[in-house]
Design a protein around this ligand. Structure first.
Ligand SMILES: Cc1cc2nc3c(=O)[nH]c(=O)nc-3n(C[C@H](O)[C@H](O)[C@H](O)COP(=O)(O)OP(=O)(O)OC[C@H]3O[C@@H](n4cnc5c(N)ncnc54)[C@H](O)[C@@H]3O)c2cc1C
Length: 424
């Protein structure tokens, strides 16, 4: 199997790595500045977006990243900006994706970030005939909320979009966009540098201690710095027991992506005439899109068990790719990678502060490209006492009970949804 499906250039890395311009190297004896107003923990979309308004307000800001910038989900995702309402009864939260997308597009324009932003729309694909009823219901609801951007496509109409197999129609969403995640990250870093911001990589925060009106932040178990405010932007990763809010309220699943070698123009046309983003209706969704160079990125196989990418998972994704695109039988895989997605139980992201007034935002549930950006921005607006989106701060997220993280619960949940996907 190995020789048949892998390209000679195969690497176990994200497709986006080839776009990395900034060079990351470990530095010894880093000198951290003193007199810090705000420490931001995590160099992904949340943390970097949080830094910008604070720097514009002339505060001393330190972004601390445990690895290199973009090493988390922000450098590993597929770059969809899927703009459909959040599934909630709370009318204040329904429009988060639209507000987040508008914020992101404005940010990209204002700071002239070249990140291959394209707004070609997305299609949610019905993998069972009965899913078309759900998509039709969604279309009516979404159009009443966001305007007439959603169109139900029958299987015949879908043929005018793609020659894929084993789908029964779809829901076209003309609000969706996509971008190159690494170019976006680097655009944010350059903006922060222009504002004289400090970003320190390989600087893992290992402890935080509240001291009256300030915090003592320990970096790499060695260096202590004092600051007035802390933003935890670790995408649900717990730092110490003092930051266990993230742990109580969210769960991490792994998702896997393969990228093919560049595909001929003719075959690209058969995959997607209009270069849309695609994802399926199943709980364990598959998602795919063509890159600017014509590689097909194909993701899925979500799992609660955080296994590293391996040949078994690659084989599963490869056969799923052929299930939808049998005409790609000779295609080779050039990239494969894993990333972690942080979920809340009700899939509504969390933004707020804990009992020690540390600021948090996490749980974007696979929609963080725009939402993490918007939430990071809002955390800073909140700290600055400037206008912020009060509706999102009011969101109440149920705590995860300890049993939600037990391996029995995770396994049961995994097989429950696998069976549900199979049957329904
Ligand atoms: C495979 C995959 C596909 C996805 N596809 C999409 C998509 O198409 N569209 C979409 O909208 N979303 C998608 N997502 C989700 C999206 O990427 C995330 O929601 C978003 O990037 C989260 O941003 P963040 O800044 O909160 O977290 P991250 O990007 O994970 O950044 C958190 C950072 O914190 C650092 N950190 C952790 N602990 C510490 C510590 N103690 N000290 C210092 N630093 C620390 C980590 O190293 C990391 O770099 C996808 C995710 C994955 C994994």
């Amino acid at each position: 199997m190995f020789i048949m499906i892998y390209s000679m250039k195969f690497i176990n890395k994200p497709y986006w790595e080839s776009y990395r311009n900034l060079v990351y190297k470990k530095q010894d004896n880093i000198e951290y500045p003193s007199n810090i107003d705000v420490v931001i923990i995590g160099g992904g979309y949340t943390g970097l977006n949080a830094a910008i308004p604070l720097l514009k307000a002339n505060l001393n800001v330190l972004v601390l990243e445990a690895n290199h910038i973009g090493s988390g989900a922000s450098g590993l995702n597929t770059g969809f900006i899927t703009c459909e309402p959040i599934n909630t009864q709370d009318s204040k939260l329904l429009t988060i994706p639209l507000k987040s997308k508008n914020y992101l597009i404005d940010l990209i324009k204002t700071h002239k970030i070249h990140c291959d932003l394209e707004c070609n729309g997305s299609i949610k694909l019905a993998t069972k005939i009965r899913h078309m009823y759900m998509l039709e219901k969604n279309m009516l609801k979404y159009n009443s909320l966001f305007g007439k951007y959603f169109t139900l496509l029958s299987s015949k109409e879908l043929e005018k979009e793609s020659s894929m197999s084993n789908v029964y129609g779809g829901l076209l969403n003309q609000l969706s966009c996509s971008l190159n995640p690494i170019k976006y990250i680097e655009g944010l870093v350059n903006t922060i540098k222009t504002l004289n911001g400090n970003i320190f990589e390989y600087s893992k925060v290992t402890n935080i201690e509240k001291q009256y009106s300030s915090y003592k932040v320990t970096i790499n178990n060695q260096i202590n710095i004092i600051c007035k405010e802390v933003i935890v932007a670790t995408d649900g990763e717990k730092i110490t027991n003092s930051t266990n809010l993230v742990c109580k309220k969210s769960l991490t699943i792994s998702s896997y992506v393969i990228g093919t070698t560049p595909i001929s123009k003719d075959l690209q046309y058969l995959i997607s005439i209009r270069k849309r983003n695609f994802f399926t209706t199943s709980f364990f969704t598959n998602y795919f899109k063509l890159t600017a160079e014509g590689n097909l990125l194909f993701g899925g196989e979500a799992s609660f068990f955080q296994e590293d990418i391996n040949t078994n998972l690659i084989d599963k994704l490869y056969s799923k790719l052929h299930y939808f695109f049998p005409f790609l039988k000779d295609i080779k895989i050039e990239y494969a990678w894993k990333g972690n997605i942080n979920l809340t139980l009700n899939r509504i992201p969390f933004i707020g502060q804990d009992s020690q007034n540390m600021k948090y935002s996490f749980g974007y549930s696979g929609r963080g490209v725009s939402i993490a950006s918007y939430y990071g921005h809002n955390l800073s607006q909140f700290i600055l006492g400037k206008e912020y989106d009060k509706n999102i701060f009011s969101s109440k997220i149920p705590n995860l009970n300890p049993y939600h993280k037990s391996s029995f619960f995770l396994k049961s949940g995994y097989y429950y949804y696998k069976i549900k996907d199979f049957l329904f």
